[in-house]
Design a protein around this ligand. Structure first.
Ligand code: SF4
Length: 269
């Protein structure tokens, strides 16, 4: 792909940053410059991850709500392995409300914490039946009042099932926005508030996906692939905890879109 030409901040050898030299790393960035940089990062990530989306399989708001509840403490891949049978067995909120607990636990066991999650799903079905006529509500307050549903889950459902903008602050999102010095907050609600001020509202859902995809593919928790990161020029944490040598960094990128990501970083080997 020729997408490296489309990005304003590709990592060519000439533009490779100096570790620790970014203004934000030195605490010298203005609020306006930070906002512009955050939006530039979002634009570059949009080129890097044009298909960024929720990686949980679903067809209805109820299926997404259930899959997101199951995704706590496990991977989306693992959840996607159990949901075909789960969704076929429990097609409605009422079906979860009336579920045989042992059978439900057996189906969702591979996702871990299956006893607690089964309790959440039965409670979820019961509450949806009793309070919302079996229909998944759209309002944030209604969603977070349901068993097992926090703000992160609520935003995933609102953004992906109802197309309502939301910032999904998961562990990847927190790690990356801290590395980018876009917020100093630690509490997810405060992080969400800070990012909501600098990222355009219409971009919230896709920005969340792009950040999470970047966290899974390039900006790993341990040893991020800084040397082949397409947003290195805009990242104050460049080289702080990952290799800056492209050959070493490239080994840290293993996703199916690897070639495209390395092209964007200007790494051809
Ligand atoms: S991989 Fe490195 S340069 Fe890229 S966003 Fe993460 S910390 Fe910054």
């Amino acid at each position: 792909m020729s997408s490296s030409r489309q990005s304003g901040s590709s990592l060519t050898p000439q533009k490779r940053p100096v570790v620790g030299a970014h203004r934000a790393a030195r605490g010298e960035e203005t609020a306006l410059a930070r906002t512009r940089r955050a939006r530039r990062i979002n634009r570059t990530l949009a080129v890097a991850y044009p298909d960024a989306h929720a990686e949980l399989d679903f067809r209805t708001p109820l299926e997404l709500l259930v899959a997101t509840v199951l995704s706590a403490q496990t991977t989306d891949v693992r959840v996607n392995q159990v949901t075909p049978r789960l969704f076929a067995t429990y097609p409605t909120a009422a079906a979860y409300a009336r579920a045989n607990r042992a059978e439900l636990e057996e189906i969702i066991r591979p996702t871990g914490f299956y006893r607690a999650k089964a309790g959440h799903l039965i409670g979820l079905g019961t509450q949806l039946e009793q309070r919302f006529d079996g229909v998944v509500p759209r309002a944030l307050e209604d969603l977070i009042s349901l068993p097992g549903v926090g703000r992160k889950t609520a935003h995933v459902v609102r953004g992906n099932a109802f197309d309502l903008p939301g910032l999904t602050v998961d562990t990847h999102f927190q790690r990356l926005v801290h590395r980018w010095r876009l917020t100093a907050e630690k509490d997810p609600v405060a992080i969400e508030r800070d990012l909501a001020e600098i990222i355009e509202k219409k971009e919230w859902t896709l920005f969340s996906h792009r950040v999470i995809w970047h966290g899974r593919r390039v900006c790993h928790a341990k040893s991020p692939a800084c040397g082949v990161c397409m947003i290195a020029a805009d990242c104050p944490a460049y080289g702080e905890s990952g290799p800056t040598e492209p050959a070493a960094a490239a080994k840290r990128v293993t996703s199916p879109d690897r070639r495209h990501l390395l092209d964007m970083a200007g790494w051809e080997a």
